[in-house]
Write a protein that binds this ligand. Sequence first.
Ligand code: SF4
Ligand code: SF4
Length: 375
Amino acid sequence: MGITEPANNEPLLQNNDTMPYRPFGKTGLMVSALSFGCMRLSENQDLNTRLILKAVELGINYFETTRHYLEGTCQQKTAPGLPADKQGLIVSGKGGINAKTTAYHFRKEIERQLDILGLTHFKFYQVGWFSWALMKHLLKRGGVLDAIRRAQDEGLVHHIGFTGHDSPENFIRCLETGLFDSITIPYNLINRSYEPTIKRAGELGVGVVAMCPVAGGLLDCESELLKKEFGMNLPTVEMALRFVLANPAVSTVCSGMNAMVQLEQNVATVKNFTPDTDTHATLCEALEKMRNILGDKFCTTCRYCMPCPQNVNIPRYMKAYQYWKCFGLKDWARKTVAETPKEQQASHCNDCGECEEKCPNDLPIRERLQELSKL
Ligand code: SF4
Ligand code: SF4
């Protein structure tokens, strides 16, 4: 395992035999192309410890944590697997803000998380659950930014990122303030809504941590259609990781892992994939083609069709239908139908047609419900 020495920073761990590295925005750090989301660690602490140790051995140098995941136990579950000196690793922390958060509160939260993780400093600390509307609370006198700047002056925090679920446009506004070194954002082949934000981050030299690469497990099922359109005879999970990695503005793909085989497979996927400059455009083109299978008959989850007098969960069914038809995720659609709460199931539909009258996209809702029921 070697060490590189980026400018202005403590060296980061590297294992070039098993892991590629990418620039983390303008920070000078080279981050592992695969990072470890610690929000899915399990109740098996022995396994958690072994997983994190193995991840470090395989060259992962970014671990995403916060005190607030896993009912407050995420960082306790992460810490035992980290090497004693934690040198060369980014173990990020995250704290939320609201109108009442003062510099004092934010500082205390940073110290609390450092304490749990046994760290002397955060190379990255995230402003969590952030949005453009919260910017005024970040910037106010005696507010969060004051705490951050002081923590940076003292060396307790090196870099600042943010994460949240605001609109892509609002996140671009956040990026353009120049306050942040990274953004952590959901991105996968069925949710590309933040693609313009990611592109802008790339232009501004802000590091991008792409989370939810397999859409919370949704892409963990076979899809012949994706294989055909991507021209890759691979498991869907692997294609999903490749898609995210193909985006040149993505610094690292953050996968929430809790099994050894999953870690090893993800590492192998990342190691074996070296996208060229055209890969991202080619894959996006393939996805557009799949998205167009339904033409303009696409559910935008606006929910205007709700409430259904029979309590059918129409948007849930329409989403399942789309992922089946557009991306070939038939098994996922079948599972979604099977797991729909009894009182919301399509079997209650009495064919009244009210939903179709309200749907702005003119979707043949009843026909689709029937097709799904046959699954
Ligand atoms: S009204 Fe139409 S587009 Fe909107 S959620 Fe319902 S089915 Fe989807
Ligand atoms: S047609 Fe079926 S799904 Fe649509 S509103 Fe009527 S009962 Fe609900």
